[in-house]
Design a protein around this ligand. Structure first.
Ligand code: UD1
Ligand code: UDP
Length: 381
């Protein structure tokens, strides 16, 4: 039996829960379930080793499939585990199918749900992630938000302030804790790139891997590579679409496609880039924390604070908008003028969550105060 069960299943969930998981295990009996939504070595195991995490207690191995199949298999697999463990709380993070499956399985068994990274909204209901976030936030009993915008989104949707806690971002937390070590990784040497002489690219959103959209994005990257070499660790979804479209034949020689990277290598490449082009949620937070100018290959974002601060720019998904915005950034000195100092970045979200949790769920392993070696009478004698 475990007081807390945490459910995760994708690369960013492992990363964004990496500071919290050891704290939960230290004070409460805790079981970790990996749904198997991501399953390649480079999408799962490398993050447990990079981040020094204990392996999951349960693995569901649901694999890839339609949303319906994936979510259904997660719920079926979790039901048995939750009935066995009888937890008092189930933790989920973010907006993936594993997040939704975890929240539904728990709520249907009457187990309270804790949602980490609650309240984020892109206001684009066609995104699977937006659908997942909205449902999970409305199912959750305790909601930990990363910023004021997310907190206010919840209030606007009628979610009561009595169970919403603004704690900061666990993604920023992980980044700030690991950046020092990541910066010592030899990945730049291995790729023969110098700091601030390349652009780092990640693309994986479902909408951006549709054939016409991905073709347009690569057309834009080919033009950009005329001016700046690009390093692009490619997500398996994007790799599959890239291969199916035969885009390798027209790839600019200065676009260096890499397999998915471990977290430390990813951070090292992000933190040393001149500019980052991305549609990733987690990468947006990391560029904010590491103060790297960012072009968002999106029409909208759930991390609006960075766009408001002027450090992240929404450049759309078409070459006609991406390329001119990239050129303007390099040409008119606006790269130097970006107000990177305006970015908020604070570690400690994991500690704030556990401190609040301690008021909700008593410790299984209470902290023992150190025994004093001298009695009062010895001191006063
Ligand atoms: C999922 C999340 C997304 C998150 C992303 C993080 C949902 C709806 N989407 O998207 O929010 O940003 O994870 O990376 O939950 N694949 C492999 N090997 C793997 C995993 C996936 O080859 O280990 C390929 C398969 O072809 C699969 C495709 O990638 O069909 C998509 O995987 P899936 O987990 O469904 O969605 P992601 O795009 O990874
Ligand atoms: N990341 C990684 N290896 C890569 C690409 C990204 O470790 O090859 C990290 C990145 O630094 C960030 C997280 O993965 O911490 C983001 O995950 P992803 O973009 O897959 O999902 P999202 O954050 O958009 O949900």
């Amino acid at each position: 039996m475990a007081s807390i069960v945490t459910v995760l299943g994708t690369r960013p969930e492992v990363i964004k829960l990496s500071s919290l998981l050891p704290l939960l295990s230290r004070q409460w009996s805790h079981a970790l379930v990996h749904t198997g939504q991501h399953y390649d070595e480079e999408m799962v195991n490398i993050f447990f080793s990079d981040l020094n995490l204990a392996p999951p207690d349960y693995s569901l191995a649901v694999g890839s499939g339609s949303h319906a199949k994936q979510i259904a298999q997660i719920i079926i697999g979790l039901e048995e585990i939750l009935q066995r463990e009888e937890p008092k709380l189930v933790f989920v993070q973010g907006d993936t199918n594993s997040t939704l499956g975890g929240a539904l399985a728990a709520r249907q068994l009457g187990i309270p749900v804790v949602h980490v990274e609650a309240g984020c909204r892109s206001h684009n209901r066609r995104m699977p992630e937006e659908q997942n976030r909205i449902v999970v936030d409305h199912l959750a009993d305790y909601l930990f938000t990363p910023d004021t915008i997310a907190t206010e989104n919840l209030f606007r949707e009628g979610i009561g302030a009595d169970h919403v806690y603004m704690v900061g971002s666990t993604g920023v937390d992980a980044c700030l804790r690991n950046w020092g070590y990541a910066a010592t990784q030899p990945i730049l040497d291995h790729l023969s790139v110098e700091p601030h002489t390349y652009g780092l690219v990640t693309v994986h959103r479902a909408a951006n891997t549709a054939p016409d959209v991905l073709t347009g994005i690569f057309a834009a990257l080919n033009e950009i590579a005329e001016q700046l070499p690009l390093v692009f660790p490619i997500h398996p979804r994007t790799r599959a679409a890239f291969d199916a479209l035969g885009l390798a034949g027209s790839l600019h020689p200065d676009i260096h496609l890499l397999p998915p990277l471990g977290y430390l290598d990813s951070l090292a490449l992000i933190g040393n880039a001149l500019v980052v082009l991305t549609d990733s949620g987690g990468v947006q937070e990391e560029t904010a924390a590491l103060r790297i100018p960012t072009l968002l290959i999106r029409e909208e974002t759930e991390w609006q604070a960075y766009v408001n601060a002027g450090t992240h720019r929404l450049v759309g998904t078409k070459p006609e908008t991406i390329v001119p915005q990239f050129r303007a950034l390099l040409r008119d000195g606006s790269l130097d003028a970006m107000p990177l100092h305006a970015l908020p970045a604070a570690a400690g979200a994991a500690e704030r969550i556990t401190a609040i949790l301690a008021t909700i769920l008593p410790y299984d392993y209470p902290i023992q105060l150190p025994v004093t070696r001298h009695s009062v009478s010895e001191h006063t004698a």
